[in-house]
Design a protein around this ligand. Sequence first.
Ligand code: MG
Length: 158
Amino acid sequence: MTNLRIGHGYDVHRLTEGRALILGGVTIPYEKGLLGHSDADVLVHAVMDALLSAAGLPDIGVLYPDTDPKYEGADSMELLRDVVGRLKNYEIINASVCIIAEKPKLSPFVQQMRDSLGKALGIAPELVNVSATTTEKMGVTGEGKAIAAAADVLIRAK
Ligand code: MG
């Protein structure tokens, strides 16, 4: 039991026109996308920070700074695989992820997100849960100005 570590990650990105909406490595048809230095996959960023936090490592802002041109337009799934590589002394047990968005409707894409995240994490899709909620039209997410994501992961030292 003492080898178990929990980690939490949270991220928010602004919605804007002229960008693709990518969540959990899945491109979702929508009139807007998330703004960011990388592909702005808010869900993957939350998972990355949860993993790094569980392992006691610096966060993604430190490891993959948005001031570094190397990460401009970066594929966040690739960065996630890099994070997983940094956790080679740990086994990932499960991930629980929540997307906070007023629109679009995400349930048709949840299974695809679980599949792609599971693949990157090296665990079965059943061990990656993705839920979605709204904030009842309140705040930046509720007003459709942004999408947020929160993630929790459990890892075990090998
Ligand atoms: Mg981010």
